[in-house]
Write a protein that binds this ligand. Structure first.
Ligand code: SF4
Length: 252
């Protein structure tokens, strides 16, 4: 096996997309992250891979922290999820689980004990408050580190506002993620994003295409400053900085 060498930074960071199946059908989510078109890799294969990775590359032990993010689709639908997290945990990996929180509470009783950090995404069209409240209660009882990502779906805006208010009762970081429904025309998108800006906070859609980012930036410029797109790179820098600041505030 080839030796692994860090070429960018001294952070050890791997993201595993363990399944592309999901029990939700969010309109802003690409089909290949929800339709289950890919056969999942067996948990034994992951375990062998990481066992050999550590054995063949002992320098991995020099990293003070080794981060693994587990995502999907919905990762709790992956059959070997508990076994995989237990293995990573026993091998001193710092595991983050990114989930829509829909798994039964019995599963969460175990998952919260094994993961170092859980990021729960709240999707206004599907997620229910009682279920989230139950999860937060379990997580807090187990002293688990968690955060909530609220997807600001323009098609379910009342629920978004309700969720903003609802989660204020908890001492948990909440990040607001701008989304654009794939079926929307540019004009309606524009209005909704301005509304987002006016009411909540600056927030760049993270995983969207460059075209959507360009629409967003254009709206931002016209709305806030009246300047032209010549400012694009500067503004992009500024908003990225804002995003980082917000993320680090959430972590503190
Ligand atoms: S919950 Fe996440 S993975 Fe599932 S459809 Fe929604 S955005 Fe996609």
């Amino acid at each position: 096996m080839n030796k692994i060498k860090s070429i960018i930074s001294d952070e050890f960071n791997i993201t595993l997309t363990v399944t592309n199946s999901c029990n939700y059908r969010c309109k802003y989510c690409p089909p290949n992250l929800q339709n289950g078109s890919e056969e999942p890799i067996l948990v034994e294969t992951y375990i062998n891979f990481f066992t050999n990775l550590i054995k063949d590359n002992p320098q991995i032990n020099d990293y003070s922290e080794r981060f693994i993010s587990i995502t999907g689709g919905e990762p709790s639908l992956y059959k070997g999820i508990e076994e995989l997290i237990s293995f990573l945990n026993e091998n001193n990996f710092n595991v983050t689980l990114d989930s829509n929180g829909s798994a039964p509470k019995e599963v969460w009783e175990r998952l919260f004990e094994k993961t170092n950090n859980t990021h729960l995404s709240f999707h206004p069209r599907y997620s229910k408050f009682p279920k989230f409240d139950e999860l937060i209660e379990i997580g807090q009882r187990k002293n688990a580190m968690m955060s909530i990502g609220l997807l600001m779906d323009p098609e379910h805006w009342d629920r978004v506002l309700e969720a903003v208010e609802h989660f204020k009762q908890y001492n948990i970081p909440v990040s607001y993620k701008g989304v654009v429904a794939r079926t929307k025309s540019e004009n309606s998108v524009k209005k909704e994003i301005i509304y987002l800006l006016g009411n909540i906070q600056v927030c760049i859609p993270r995983n969207n295409s460059n075209i959507l980012k360009r629409i967003y930036i254009k709206v931002l410029i016209e709305d806030l400053t009246g300047m032209t797109l010549i400012m694009f790179p500067i503004l992009l820098k500024f908003t990225t900085k804002m995003e980082k600041l917000r993320t680090s505030n959430n972590k503190n």
